[in-house]
Design a protein around this ligand. Structure first.
Ligand code: PHE
Length: 344
């Protein structure tokens, strides 16, 4: 068979094959068939070396030209088919911009935020104003102003995370006590809800980052009974029932005496059951460290400790929320687990 005729039929054959190709994948197959390693054209190119030298150049030129023409035909068809495929996919994916958004896509408040709002609301109804702490603060406000001088071993009570510039991530919301008391005139009633940080190993009841809510109350004639009455009433309102409490001594340099308010410990992840409450057999859980403000702390804030007295407390919010919402591991709160969050 004449070589030129052969080339001609290859082009025609390819043209008709391409014509019946429906999808870009069909064209890929034809590329393999016509130009791939075992295609006739590749074989012919390999066989060139067997031709006499004077024929080789002309034959090689023709073969390469044919190869290029085949490639062009294939590429044109491929581009056309891909474009058609893309357009039909787009048509299938069209958006209906008039559809109302799904309810779920609007999101909702994190359980800690939901509970924090409730807690803040209870104290606001009691007459407390709200102030937020600085997450990064200095040693003066976090310790020194709170009757914990530099080098005092009580600083080791908190596993503080220090920054390179000697500031720190606040370990407690008490960091606002001095600012609140030195910027206001008694009567002072302020709560400080905020995030705290400790360099701590975590477990079901400890996290390195957590929320605390500080309370500060300063006025004339403030007595221990005011402290107990206020915090006990808070617990009753928060748990929507009369919560039995017990008080035990503890130590914090900025309150004297330092106290810990305790409430019955529910079973881990179980309901707070006060119906069968028996003070003898109840297991108690510390929920609110507190106490009358130490006179040194009042003086440091410019308050006359012979005229005024007050009390302060600082409670861990996740712990209260765990009891209220029957959660057995507080690490879930900030784990970002959607299956956990979806329950609230
Ligand atoms: N700031 C203390 C702590 O985080 C708690 C506390 C606050 C105790 C106010 C007494 C009075 O550990």
């Amino acid at each position: 068979m004449n070589k030129d005729q052969n080339l001609d039929t290859t082009k025609k054959q390819l043209a008709s094959d391409l014509n019946s190709a429906k999808q870009s994948t069909d064209v890929e197959k034809l590329r393999e068939q016509y130009l791939g390693k075992s295609s006739p054209i590749q074989k012919a190119l390999q066989n060139l070396k067997e031709l006499p030298a004077e024929e080789r150049k002309a034959a090689g030129g023709k073969l390469n030209q044919l190869k290029q023409e085949l490639e062009t035909q294939i590429n044109d068809k491929l581009t056309a088919l891909r474009e058609a495929e893309y357009n039909s996919r787009l048509a299938g994916e069209s958006l209906d911009l008039d559809l109302p958004p799904l309810a779920a896509s609007q999101g909702y408040l994190h359980p800690v935020t939901q509970e924090l709002e409730r807690i803040v609301d209870i104290f606001q109804r009691m007459g407390f104003s709200v102030q937020e702490p600085f997450m990064v603060d200095d040693e003066y406000n976090t310790f020194t102003a709170l009757n914990i001088p530099e080098g005092h071993p009580a600083r080791d009570m908190w596993d503080t995370i220090y920054l390179e510039d000697d500031n720190l991530l606040i370990t407690h919301t008490s960091s606002m006590q001095n600012r609140v008391m030195s910027s206001k005139q008694p009567p002072i009633r302020t709560i400080v809800p905020g995030k705290c940080f400790r360099n701590e190993a975590t477990d079901a009841t400890h996290e390195h980052s957590f929320y605390q809510l500080e309370g500060i109350y300063v006025d004339k004639n403030i007595k221990l009974s005011d402290l107990i009455g206020t915090l006990s009433e808070f617990l009753n309102q928060y748990f929507e029932t009369k919560v039995p409490i017990k008080i035990q001594p503890t130590f914090f340099p900025f309150v004297e005496p330092a106290l810990e308010i305790m409430m019955p410990r529910p079973k881990l992840g179980g309901k707070l059951d006060l119906e069968n409450f028996n003070p003898e057999t109840t297991d108690w859980l510390e929920v609110i460290p507190c106490g009358p403000i130490h006179p040194n702390v009042l003086k440091e804030a410019g308050i006359d400790a012979t005229k005024y007295s007050g009390f302060a407390w600082g409670m861990g919010l996740e712990r209260l929320i765990m009891i209220k919402r029957q959660i057995n591991d507080l690490r879930y709160f900030h784990s970002g687990r959607i299956d956990f969050l979806n329950q609230f």
